[in-house]
Design a protein around this ligand. Sequence first.
Ligand SMILES: Cc1ncc(COP(=O)(O)O)c(C=O)c1O
Length: 394
Amino acid sequence: MSERVEEFRPPQRLLLGPGPSSVNPRVLQAMTQPVLGHLDPVFFKCMDDVYDMLCRLFRTSNKMTLPLSSTGTGGMEASLCNVLERGDTAVIAINGFFGRRMADIARRCGADVHTLEFPLGTAIDPNVVEEELKRHSHVKVLGVVHGETSTGILSPLEELCALAHRHDALIIADTVSSLGGHEVAVDDWDVDICYSATQKCIGAPPGLAPVTLGPRATDAMRNRETPVQSYYLGMADLETYWSNTRAYHHTTPISMMYALREALAMMVEEGLENRIERHARCAAALRAGLQAMGIGLFADPAHHLDPLTTAVIPDGVEDTNVRTRLLDDYNIEISGGLGETRGRIWRIGLMGDSCREVNVLALLSSLERILPGEGFAVEPGSGVAAAQRSLVAA
Ligand SMILES: Cc1ncc(COP(=O)(O)O)c(C=O)c1O
């Protein structure tokens, strides 16, 4: 007996959460191209393009630069497990949910992990990190999250790189929420290992995790005493597929690679600096609009992460009511807090293709319509007008 299964037809949403961000139709279109074999010479051209454009995005000439077949967590896992061995010392600076995940993974690698906790909503303080590095005879890895998506904070990565190297430690930087939305200069800042994910400021669907390893990191990897415990994420073997050898490692998610290539091409066409400026301009307008409506910001204003704004939910307003109305009545997704901030903050993403002036205005006007019904008085137009002023002044 044959049976009919209904087609799955998802609605067209505006994704203004912490990722995934909305994907441009041009990128989706690229995914409908014929699937090639992963050892087809025509596909190698796609890989070469992805390599070249990832190097431009990371601002690096590192040979070992490639997109892992995984989401951002796979990038985190690969970055840690390729250099850490049982008994190595790692210091992980934590100012939110993803720093804590990094520490968890480092422990699973068998490392002796020392964590440094910073208050939620504040940046990693390099002076405090340096004191911790001084306390140990040899720290192999310093792990930091550049853009902490759980709190909306950007930490000073360039400074953290310099201090890691003063103490002969490798630095691993999570740029899942910052790459493509803020400056990330892998070679100039001397970042040893940097990873990201496709679904945020890069503007492709979730599914690949770009990663780059500099010379210190590749040396550490090659001088390991024990093999990397993960076959799938072992960078040395993966590189044989990405280098001229093109030896099979695992079957590449071909259509995702087309998507990444197209999203990177759009980035090159826009210009990385223009793209970063767009993220700054839209985030400033959003923050101005929220504040004009009487909604407070959670993150330390000196360290705002432009792609992700955290807003304090006004007293008496029910988090899920507002988000449900946004989704059901306006087709807009924003997110609630993660971990300790659940029910206390909203996380609003303006990332990649979602990061547009018109989307800032759409969200603010929707909130102006929803909040009075949830017991929070808002002057109609106040948020939109403040955002407009910010955009005009930019
Ligand atoms: C800063 C940061 N690191 C790591 C991750 C994990 O990425 P994924 O959910 O793609 O595995 C995220 C996801 O939001 C993130 O924001």
